[in-house]
Design a protein around this ligand. Structure first.
Ligand code: ADP
Length: 258
């Protein structure tokens, strides 16, 4: 919709993108990028046109998760051509800097980098443009909602982290800027034992309880385990490498609800 976010009545720089979705988290290391990548690829597997922006400028992981380290995008007439893999058009600061070169920008530079990812990249027509946000509630999140009409946000957490104030803060931030909350994904929910039973190593039901208390949907619970981590490290997302795994199916279900 055109009235989402606090984007107000400004001109939408991406009128040919139907759905803009932000994937956020309270803190880092909960699997936000893993979920954003797999949601994007899952949506592309259904035939949708999908783009993914790695807005985690200080810890870009999209190049590794797609097996695209050291790739450089083409630039034509001052427009960056996004790199495409598994049917997803990609943009990451990792494609523009050396991987051992940390980003040490201040907020305003980070904001202008995100704006350039939006306006200087040839996104074309898309059904979904997904933003893998940095953890927390900072400049980059604000820049996104001020630049684009964000249609919805997905929050990623682990079972024990829902007890922390960070996750509530992320939810509150999206509410404040009028971005609808599409739901919560609980990652690392349990470990699947060889006999098929579940070991809730980080406690059981945290995500469900939090979602209920906040009045948001629990979109899925993703187990902790080999296939999803190997996928991230080897550049083959679990929805590509092990589409019949519990993790991949949970992500496909969540993707169908966003
Ligand atoms: P964030 O974006 O929240 O910082 P990442 O997606 O980069 O987190 O994940 C952090 C690490 O945890 C990565 O090495 C990733 O492969 C791994 N990981 C994420 N989710 C799972 C899971 N469900 N099971 C096993 N490893 C996971």
């Amino acid at each position: 919709g055109t009235s989402c976010g606090n984007h107000g009545e400004k001109t939408n720089p991406l009128p040919n993108v139907r759905n803009i979705i932000a994937v956020g988290s309270g803190k880092g290391g909960v699997g936000k990028s893993t979920i954003a990548v797999n949601l994007a690829v899952s949506l592309a597997q259904t035939g949708a046109k999908v783009g993914l922006i790695d807005a985690d400028l200080y810890g870009p992981s999209i190049p590794t998760m797609f097996g695209l380290e050291n790739k450089r995008p083409e630039v034509v007439d001052k427009t960056i051509i996004p790199i495409e893999k598994y049917g997803v058009k990609l943009m990451s600061i990792g494609f523009l800097i050396e991987s051992d070169n940390p980003v040490i920008w201040r907020g305003p530079m980070a904001s202008s980098a995100i704006k350039q990812f939006i306006t200087d990249v040839a996104w074309g027509e898309l059904d979904y443009l997904i933003f893998d946000l940095p953890p927390g509630t900072g400049d980059i999140q604000l820049t996104l909602v001020q630049t684009l009409p964000v249609n919805g946000a997905v929050i990623v957490t682990t079972p024990q982290d829902v007890a922390l104030a960070d996750v509530s803060k992320a939810v509150t931030m999206f509410r404040k800027v009028n971005v609808p909350l599409l739901g919560l994904i609980e990652n690392m929910s349990y470990y699947l034992l060889p006999d098929g039973s579940k070991d809730y190593i980080f406690g059981k039901g945290g995500g469900e309880k939090f979602a209920k208390a906040q009045g948001i949907t629990l979109l899925g619970s993703i187990p902790i385990g080999g296939s999803i981590r190997e996928g991230g490290d080897s550049g083959k997302p679990v929805v590509v490498e092990s589409p019949d795994s519990i993790a991949a199916k949970a992500i496909d279900t969540a993707a169908s609800e966003v």
